[in-house]
Structures are given as C-alpha cells and as structure tokens.
Design a binder for this molecule. Structure first.
Ligand code: KIV
Length: 307
C-alpha cells in the first residue's frame, strides 16, 4: 500500500463523527509494529510503557528521549499505513512549552512518527497549544497518568469523587481547547468517561475507562499474555503467547541436547570433489599452490605436549 494511504489525525476525528470505534494498540519494535498493522489496527502508540514491558523498569519514569526515539524509529520502519503516535517520556515536556516543542519535533523529524502524546490536562495545555501551533498533532492523556504515579500514591482510579471528576472533566476540556486531536482516559469510572466522550468533539480513547469512550487502547504485552503473571483488571487476555514461547524454546533446547537439531534439512552440503580432496590430502605440501597458504603466527595453534 502506498505511503499516501496512512491513517491521519483528521481520519481519527472523522471516525468519532461517523460513530466508528477507534482501536489503538502499543508496539515497541519492528516485528510487532508489522503484526499490529497487518491485523488492521489504525493507530499504534509507542508508549513509554516501553520502560515496564520491554526494558524491565518498575515505572515509566526512567524512560528517556533516546530510548523512545530508538523504538519509535523501529516501529515506523514496520508501518506504512498506521498512524504512529510517539509518547513523550518523563521530563521531556514538563519543564515548559519550549522544551516540549523541541522534543515533540524530534519524534517527527528523527523518529518518523505522525503525532505525539503527553500526560496531563490543564497544566500542560500551554505546551499542547505550542506543539499544535507548530503543526504537530497531539494526543492528550488524563485520569491516571503514570508519570505522576508517586503523586497519586499508586495506580488508582481517578475521578470517583465529585472534586476529582470535575478535575478530569476540566483537563479534558482544556486539552480540546488547546488543540489536541484526541484524549486518552486512563483508569476513569465508566460514567465519567462516557460524559467526557459526549462533551468533547475530539475522540476519547480509553484504557480502564469503560465502553463509553470513542476508542480503546491496550498494551501489546498485556493483551497477548507476554508480561509475567500480572494481568491488569482493564485487560482481556486474547492469547497466552508467553506460554507458547516458553514451550517452543524448551523444545528447541531439548532437540539440541538430544541431537535432533539440526538435521540435514537445516544444514548445507559441500562440493563432493572438494571434500574428497580434503580427505585424501594429509600433508599441506601436497595441496595445489593456490590452496597451500600459511597461517599468520597469531593464528597458529600451539603445539600441545602428548598426554
Ligand atoms: O505508555 C503507554 O503505553 C500508554 C498507554 C497505557 C495509554 O500511555
């Protein structure tokens, strides 16, 4: 499919107007990006969950711009028609709009992404406006924003009580006003996210925010059973790929140990005359001149004393 067929942010907004649900899934590398695209998912988020599900950190906080760029580039190489959204990592935008714009720009210029995502509502609205004004589409992210996990005191549902609910609603409205093309709602009660989805013209994409959102996003490793034993409440596990991988690797290891791998099928044959010549030649001097070469000293094998 040609490059012009890539999903656009206007296309995503049109999906809301037409009542079409939006599917977004994370991906972090070339092969998974290809699989996600081939499965027909229109939006890939290269999330900073990278830090947890790929790099082995406890939170997303240690993830850097360089980590993200490395993976955004790989994902972009694996896609032709999917909209790729690059997640801005902790401290790449919190210091102010100028730095936010510079880092957002790197994701498009160096990474090849088509949009960026950042966490926060009212407090980042000015940065969102600056990035959007520079021609870079922005996806917002409110509710439980994992980069503020220590401020929230854990992974807690946001907006259950009136004051919190008003805060989440105001954050959503601030992002829309600042020009965000969509807003992720994470760990928000279903009734509140439905209300927000009705109030906003731009689509909401939920994770742990119920069925009233205009779309859903999940983490690749959660959805496919690749990430340890923990399955978040908001995930439905559609496969147990981790178990399938372990079984296949154990079978390979067994085959090597028992001499069942490799067989001729996985091996390469040699020219028979060359082999016959090697087998009958027991002295280097008998080799034709063009094959009689001396090893340099550093490659010569030491002569071991007889046992
Ligand atoms: O980093 C990420 O994967 C995300 C999603 C969970 C929305 O932000």
């Amino acid at each position: 499919m040609g490059k012009s067929c890539r999903v656009t942010t206007s296309g995503i907004k049109a999906m809301k107007r037409h009542g079409e649900k939006i599917v977004m899934l994370t991906a972090y590398d070339y092969p998974t990006a290809r699989l996600v695209e081939e499965a027909g998912v229109p939006v890939i988020l290269v999330g900073d969950t990278l830090g947890m599900v790929v790099l082995g950190y406890d939170t997303t906080l240690p993830v850097t711009m360089e980590d993200m760029l490395h993976h955004v580039k790989a994902v972009c190489r694996g896609t032709e028609k999917t909209l790729v959204v690059a997640d801005m990592p902790f401290m790449s935008y919190q210091a102010g709009p100028e730095e936010a714009l510079r880092n957002a720009g790197r994701f498009l210029q160096e990474g090849g992404a088509q949009a960026v995502k950042l966490e926060g509502g009212v407090v980042v609205a000015e940065s969102v406006r600056k990035i959007v004004d520079a021609g870079i589409p922005v996806m917002g992210h409110i509710g439980l924003t994992p980069q503020s996990v220590h401020q929230f005191g854990g992974w807690k549902v946001q907006g259950k009580k009136p004051q919190g609910a008003v805060r989440v609603m105001n954050d959503a409205l601030a992002l829309e006003q600042a020009g965000a093309f969509s807003v992720v709602l994470e760990l928000v009660p279903t009734a509140l996210s439905s209300l927000i989805s009705k109030r906003l013209r731009v689509p909401t994409i939920g994770i742990g925010a119920g069925a009233g959102c205009d779309g859903q996003v999940q983490v690749f490793h959660d959805l496919l059973g690749l990430y340890g034993d923990f399955v978040p409440k908001h995930t439905r596990q559609y496969a147990k790929i981790g178990d399938a991988i372990k079984t296949a690797i154990a079978e390979y290891a067994d085959d090597v140990r028992e001499g069942r791998f490799p067989t001729e099928e996985q091996s390469f044959s040699m020219d028979e005359n060359a082999l016959a010549e090697l087998l009958t030649t027991d002295d280097d001097e008998d080799l034709p001149a063009d094959r009689n070469f001396e090893l340099p000293d550093y490659l010569s094998l030491p002569v071991l004393p007889p046992r």
